[in-house]
Design a binder for this molecule. Structure first.
Ligand code: HEM
Length: 478
């Protein structure tokens, strides 16, 4: 392969990720229109609102939210393989076919009724097969790297990577199986009968998994260098505090635990320390200059998420905001705000491809995304507060509700436009790369044919004293 393999992987992963972001955003935009003008739905009957919703939510989660992390995994397994680009394109291709098949299934009206565990019918079978196919590609690359290691001279340096990758491969085997089992509505019902919903305990558990990922991101996952002069003690303090949070999690009640119990409130409130800790830790690493804006955006969204999540959980607010648009605002704050910034950092730092950094690190587009998303979240939070206090405002669809929905549509339109711009720019770079490689191949074939025919040329130069100097250039292997 002519290019640096990790840069090729980075370009393909970035393109595929933003394509899924734009597709899912397009569906989100359609949903936002339907919520203002329901009669528009007649145009695409029988594809009703309820059939489109899983495409938006599941394509965002398994497409945009997952692909950068999956890409990082592919990078670590494929980067030293001589067929890195083919393996990456194949893995992302299988994954995308699975997502498309899911989309067709949901549009046909089949769904499990469980948000994000909606893998049923043909779509479910395809997506699970796609995961098995991706796993097989990882296993092939791993086997090849193990063979290189076993026959090569680098025994001491690489055994840790081999052990880690073996562990990762074994644990990944459980993912398609778990998805298959949990998608069954009878096994894990949409609403937990023991608690009636998410408890402080369960919300703390899922957020701590993300904090764990945040702790690993810059060093072990992205392999960024620790800044000179920064004390390594910070790293230790981070993980000691994390162990403290896990201990707190294990100590508070679970199962039938109400948000009126002080331990639940304290447990979830303890998350407020993490935006500060994560910012201190991440600032100790050397990031590229193009990541600066997305890094700051992430700190902003992550802090706002912790405050918003805890605020909504408090009894005096939850009683008003439960099942209102304030929760839709919270989902977008988490996913369109915080996860998007997190994913941009992965895409920017997983390799050093200049084009990816220029496109995704472009400040104007990054500002536009973040400001539109903030407007989206602010409008829906206010709307949620109104609905909670005055449910008629939503059900009678009063003027202010209509204005809020139109403002959401405009902000969403801007977000869709920006994601389409990222797709356009990334696809142009990718098309140029493919064209250059095709030209290179054509040129190499012509050069081969020419050297086979002519063999080489001879140049003779006569100097002033009459002596001949001959030089022969052979068009054979250099
Ligand atoms: C173009 C931008 C977007 C628009 C116009 C949009 C629009 C919408 C709409 C109309 C809903 C349904 C709300 C309801 O049922 O009342 C929704 C739900 C949702 N969207 Fe988006 N969205 C956008 C971007 C995103 C992004 C980037 C993500 C994630 C990365 C995302 C994740 C979600 C989730 C998780 C829900 C379910 C919310 C809930 O029920 O609490 N959306 N979106």
């Amino acid at each position: 392969m002519p290019n640096n393999p990790s840069n090729s992987i980075q370009k393909v992963v970035a393109l595929c990720s933003v394509v899924w972001l734009a597709l899912a955003n397009a569906v989100g935009l359609w949903l936002a229109m339907l919520l203002i003008w329901p009669r528009l739905g007649d145009l695409l009957s029988p594809l009703t609102y309820g059939r489109w919703v899983p495409l938006h939510m599941d394509w965002q989660l398994y497409g945009w939210c997952s692909l950068p992390l999956l890409g990082l995994l592919l990078m670590r397994f494929f980067e030293e393989d001589c067929e890195a680009e083919v393996l990456t394109v194949s893995a992302l291709g299988f994954w995308s076919i699975g997502l498309l098949a899911g989309g067709v299934t949901w549009l046909s009206g089949q769904a499990t009724g469980k948000p994000f565990l909606n893998w049923t019918g043909w779509g479910g079978a395809f997506f699970i097969a796609a995961q098995v196919a991706v796993w097989s590609l990882l296993a092939i690359a791993f086997f090849r790297s193990w063979r290189r290691w076993a026959t090569g001279g680098q025994r001491s340096r690489k055994w840790i990577a081999i052990v880690l990758k073996t562990g990762i491969l074994l644990s990944l085997l459980g993912v398609p199986l778990a998805l298959f089992i949990l998608s069954n509505p009878t096994i894990y019902p949409p609403v937990n009968p023991d608690s009636g919903g998410a408890t402080g305990h369960s919300l703390l558990a899922s957020t701590l998994c993300l904090v764990f990922l945040m702790g690993l991101l810059p060093g072990p996952l992205l392999r960024l260098r620790w800044k000179k002069g920064r004390r390594k003690g910070l790293l230790l303090a981070f993980w000691i505090a994390f162990a403290g949070s896990v201990f707190l999690y294990a100590s508070i009640g679970h199962g039938n635990a109400s948000n009126e119990e002080w331990d639940q409130v304290l447990g979830l409130g303890s998350l407020l320390i993490w935006p500060v800790f994560v910012a201190l830790l991440w600032q100790s690493y050397e990031w590229s200059s193009e990541s600066k804006l997305w890094k700051r955006s992430f700190f902003f969204w992550w802090a706002l998420l912790a405050i918003d999540g805890w605020g909504i959980f408090l009894p005096m607010f939850l009683d008003t905001l439960k099942f209102t648009n304030a929760l839709v605002a919270h989902s977008h704050l988490a996913m369109a705000g915080a996860v998007t910034a997190f994913n941009m950092l992965i895409l920017l730092e997983m390799g050093s491809a200049k084009s990816v950094r220029e496109i995704l690190g472009q400040p104007r587009a990054a500002w536009a995304w973040n400001l539109s998303c903030l407007a989206f979240v602010a409008v829906l939070t206010l709307q949620g507060w109104r609905e909670g206090n005055q449910p008629g405002a939503l059900f009678d669809f009063d003027k202010l509700t209509e204005t809020a929905y139109i403002a959401r549509l405009l902000a969403g339109g801007a977000m869709f436009g920006i994601s389409a711009y990222w797709v356009w720019q990334s696809a142009t770079v990718f098309a140029k790369k493919v064209a250059i490689e095709a030209l290179d191949d054509a040129f190499a074939t012509r050069r081969k044919a020419f050297s086979a025919e002519v063999g080489g040329i001879e140049i003779t130069n006569r100097t002033a004293d009459g002596a001949d100097y001959r030089c022969r250039i052979n068009f054979e292997k250099p």
